[in-house]
Design a binder for this molecule. Sequence first.
Ligand code: NIG
Ligand code: FE
Length: 422
Amino acid sequence: MKGSIIIKNASQLVTCSGFKAKQGKAMSDLCTIDDGAVVIEDGVITAVGKTGEVLARFDVTGFETIDATGKAVLPGFIDSHTHFVFAGYRAEEFSWRLSGESYMEIMNRGGGIFNTVRATREASREELVKLCRKRLDSMLSFGVTTVEGKSGYGLDEKTEIKQLEVMEELDNIHPVDIVRTFLGAHAVPDNFKGREDEFIDYMTDNVMPQVAHKNLAEFCDVFCEKGVFSLEQSKRLLLKAKELGFKLKIHADEISPLGGAELAAELGAVSADHLLHASDKGISEMAKNGVVATLLPGTAFSLKEPYARGRYIIDQDCAVSLATDLNPGSCFSESIPLISVLATLYMDITIEEAVTALTINGAAALDRADRIGSIDVGKTGDAIVLEFPSYKYIPYHIGVSCVEKVIKNGNLVFDKGNKINR
Ligand code: NIG
Ligand code: FE
């Protein structure tokens, strides 16, 4: 259902105007309008400007009206990297990590991702839908209107497809739009230990063609990491994915500097994600090839790893997007304000750049900057109203959401005062 609505008198209308990724310096311009208004008709933005001008030009009788006096209005946030479809939790691993065990050590002794794989294989479709629906409600309350979700907790045909189908179903029943990514090569399951190449063959020859045929994912991703999938194995998988029509993403240089950033540039990936240990050369090649750098400060924070070099990456003229990486292991958080405060305090990213990274560049990381991520005429009618007059409150109110209202496709779908309203 597409709705029609007018938001008027916004003390600050942060449009993030643009139809493609913003690289480097362009990330600083949020294109704000004081005393702004947005008109959304049948789910599409049809007017943006000063309230007086918009009201003079448009007849909005009968439209639902939001008076945003004293409030900032922004595009809906785009969480461009998550693993939100999973069963089971790993709270005990969090305490093991506090005692000094590393993420990879836990994984190498059969915990970590494998723990979640076991629980996700066992969970029924209905259970997963129920669990994930709640997670989407929470994301929506943080102002997220589009989320990317990955498979990768099946590592077998049945469960990988189940995860993707769960997202397909959720996309139909929940206001948050879901962009699906196939991450079959997320870890090497027990039955393929020591036969990583055969596992890649299994994924490319058995699972991936089905995912493509059923149109279950738009992107293909791989965990390119020391002790998981090598650069060569990742490249082989991604080349096959490209052939089958998938757009590409890479979990690149997260825990060790393997050259994932360079590979993303070479293959024309839409984004390379994590990049904690990305090399100067990899970053400059990403900038040249227009690969979006998706940074996930919540993961560095949670794993007590050094943060990706956000400032440097933007200064090298890359487009940076920020995302939560929501997953049960390395970062169990869907908190957008947490991500924004970590990025500004510890990656030296300005607040303006962080807002760009969570909106138009998040959209670019999903190859949707032409449709979402900004308040521009012709785009999908997704917007958020903050409780405060400026976007600066997003990181400033540390870890707490300032989102008062969420509008999706022209419908008011979240209202803090009234909880979920749909
Ligand atoms: O992005 N690194 C690989 N994948 C996820 C974590 C998945 C998990 O621990 O369950 C990440 O950090
Ligand atoms: Fe991830």
